[in-house]
Design a protein around this ligand. Structure first.
Ligand code: FPP
Ligand code: MG
Ligand code: MG
Length: 318
């Protein structure tokens, strides 16, 4: 089959997702059409496509299904995440759980997962891509989310445990995206390993950046709830840093509980956001080492680097 340009494949991914969401049975159609994927950044799908590009920038058409499947897995996880986090807003719109209730949202999340699996099964030459183990990545996603839940309100959470949580809940699917792209792009196992590493760092960076948003952005900027992680019992790196740096604050938090204003003040005093940005910088450097080792054109290397930059929150065109 003839290869596609990036623009062609990007449009096809959007079309495949739109078709999957809008052609479901009538009973579930209203809920799924409420979910607008195109208002999201589609950074995972874009990662698949960019990683799949060959030396001429062309893409194996099978990558369209891989990208769409991963984006729908992500969507399923967000629908469930909004139930868990009791969130009202996602991508600037009312969440499914707010509009239709938690029961409906849980079922829709499950249904979306079935759509993603169907999409992956539709990859025409899927037997050639046996190394793309999407179910294993979904398992890691669930285990990361569960570990976060087990540590709900745990003010003794260590940086190590936190990184383990975000490695599962976010970095796993980024890694899956980079790996899927590289395998569908026909790269050698040694090259695929580099993409996988870069994807993992991109995911860690993306979640660290997202965790900063909760402290330093408005609801209009984030298009989702802010100042809400701690209220849901989710302890993130800026706060872990403050708890480690300020023993009196930690003691008060454990003994008497803490109000939002106290958290913001402590994070500010301890430099929790600066510290988190430094960690992002360190992961960026690690990713860069692998990007520089990719056996590709300069142009493709820049494109892969742009995804990681985007994950840091930089405004880059992909
Ligand atoms: C968003 O994090 C949530 C995730 C990255 C993963 C959620 C995973 C699950 C709910 C497990 C179930 C998975 C499937 C495939 C059905 P966040 O709450 O920190 O970020 P937010 O601010 O975007 O809500
Ligand atoms: Mg969550
Ligand atoms: Mg959430």
């Amino acid at each position: 089959m003839e290869k596609l340009t990036y623009e062609e494949s990007y449009e096809l991914v959007k079309e495949e997702i739109r078709k999957a969401l809008t052609s479901s049975p009538r009973i579930i159609n209203e809920y799924l059409t409420h979910l607008s994927v195109s208002q999201g950044k589609m950074i995972r799908a874009v990662s698949v496509l960019i990683c799949a590009q060959d030396s001429e920038g062309k893409i194996n058409p099978d990558a369209v299904y891989g990208a769409a499947a991963i984006e729908i897995i992500h969507l399923a996880s967000l629908v469930h995440d909004d139930v868990i986090d009791n969130a009202d807003l996602r991508r600037g719109k009312e969440t499914l759980q707010k509009k239709y209730g938690k029961r409906t949202a849980v079922i829709c999340g499950d249904y979306l997962l079935s759509l993603a699996l169907k999409m992956a099964a539709a990859i025409p030459n899927r037997k050639e891509y046996a190394d793309i183990d999407l179910p294993d990545y979904i398992s890691r996603l669930c285990l990361g989310e569960l570990l976060q839940h087990i540590n709900n309100k745990n003010l003794n959470l260590t940086v190590f445990e936190y990184i383990k949580i975000i490695s599962g809940k976010t970095a796993a699917l980024f890694e899956a995206s980079f790996l899927t792209g590289a395998i569908l792009g026909g790269y050698s196992p040694a090259e695929v390993k580099k993409y996988r590493k870069i994807g993992n760092y991109a995911g860690l960076i993306f979640q660290l950046q997202d965790d900063c948003l909760d402290f330093d952005k408005t609801i209009e900027q984030a298009k989702k709830p802010v100042q809400s992680d701690y209220e849901q019992g989710v302890i993130t790196l800026p706060l872990i840093h403050a708890l480690e740096r300020l023993p009196d604050f930690k003691k008060k938090a454990i003994d008497d509980g803490i109000a939002r204003a106290d958290i913001n003040q402590a994070v500010e005093k301890a430099g929790g956001l600066d510290y988190t940005k430094q960690v992002i910088g360190r992961y960026y450097k690690k990713a860069e080492r692998y990007i520089n080792k990719l056996d590709v054109t300069e142009e493709k290397r820049d494109r892969v680097a742009a995804i990681v930059k985007k994950a840091t929150g930089m405004k880059v065109e992909l």
